[in-house]
Write a protein that binds this ligand. Structure first.
Ligand code: AHM
Ligand code: MG
Length: 307
């Protein structure tokens, strides 16, 4: 049975990337266990302030960010960390010719207290920083789904591999060595529907897809929704809305890693016109509209979105 650690040993990955992936297993497992804590150990509710990037913080946001930062800042291969929860990058050792790890430690904080599936998103770069780079420069992208089981998809640019946490072994074990998204599929996850009235093209596309018998499956957690779409085919959408014309979701640590995973499974991820992976990072927390999924459904967006 191939475990995560065995896969890292046997694959010809750059040594420093292997160190980072090895630590991430521990972070994902610890976080997944934290969701089942009871009594005083259970972390529920909001904190009475916004995070530095403008979202209300759940207690789990703070906890999960601390888990990532504590573990990764001790990793000798990393020079810089960029988190959704910190306005500025965390410099570990700028002189080191190391890796830059970007992450959303807990995506789906609005549903985390509802016992629904949520996730973590991670991208890895090499260099002195990430400004001026694009998602195409990522050395690896990883997403973890915290649901009834813990599952992890990882890509280093040669396809996508899926692991599932084995409770008996207490390790991630290989589940699927070649994850492929169908060319087309029935899952429709439309975010930003509040802006639908302002976006007549978006309403028209939504109505057309509902008439065509797509299955509505929007959970409020992008990672499990994307995971669902990779398995069955379909599309996740979050366009610019009246309230958020530039979109809600963050390019660097949410969209670019998910776009790399989707592309490596054979799907596509665009901002409406351009591929997400081609957008150059100019701000750590910049946002973008997002459409990701099977090729056929991305084609539908391209046909409907105003030129
Ligand atoms: P978060 O990083 O604050 O959790 O925001 C990202 C989440 C996605 O997981 C989800 O698809 C979307 O925001 C939900 O937004 P909305 O509540 O507007 O539907
Ligand atoms: Mg997020």
């Amino acid at each position: 049975m191939t475990t995560w650690q065995k896969y890292l040993k046997e694959s010809k990955l750059d040594e420093s990337l292997s160190y980072v992936l090895a630590d991430l297993e521990e972070v994902f497992v610890d976080l997944w266990h934290a969701f089942s804590a009871t009594g005083n150990d259970r972390l529920e509710g909001k904190i009475e302030n916004m995070n530095p990037t403008g979202d209300m913080q759940a207690k789990m946001d703070v906890y999960s960010n601390q888990l990532f930062v504590d573990k990764l800042s001790k990793n000798g291969a990393i020079s810089i960390l960029v988190s959704e929860e910190n306005i500025d990058p965390i410099i570990i050792d700028k002189k080191r010719d190391g890796l830059v790890v970007v992450f959303d430690p807990l995506d789906g904080s609005s549903i985390v207290d509802m016992n629904m599936s949520v996730g973590s998103i991670v991208g890895v770069y090499k260099g002195e920083g990430v400004k001026g780079l694009s998602g195409r420069d990522q050395k690896a992208a990883i997403m973890a789904v915290y649901g009834p089981s813990l599952s992890v998809m990882v890509t280093t640019g040669e396809g996508v591999i899926e692991f599932i946490y084995d409770l008996g072994k207490k390790e991630l074990v290989l589940q699927n060595e070649h994850v492929h998204i169908p060319e087309s599929g029935p899952i429709l996850a439309p975010g930003g529907m509040k802006g639908c009235g302002m976006n007549s093209w978006y309403c028209a596309l939504f109505n057309k897809m509902m008439e065509e018998d797509y299955s509505l499956r929007y959970s409020g957690g992008m990672v499990p929704d994307i995971n669902h779409i990779i398995k069955k085919g379909g599309i996740y959408m979050y366009p610019g809305t009246k309230e958020k014309p530039g979109g809600k979701l963050r390019l660097l640590y949410e969209l670019a890693p998910l776009a790399m995973i989707i592309e490596q499974t054979g799907g596509l991820a665009i901002d409406g016109k351009n591929e997400i992976l081609d957008i150059v990072v100019s701000d750590y927390h910049q946002k973008s509209p997002f459409f990701a999924g099977s090729k056929h459904e991305i084609d539908l967006v391209r046909k409907h979105i105003p030129k």
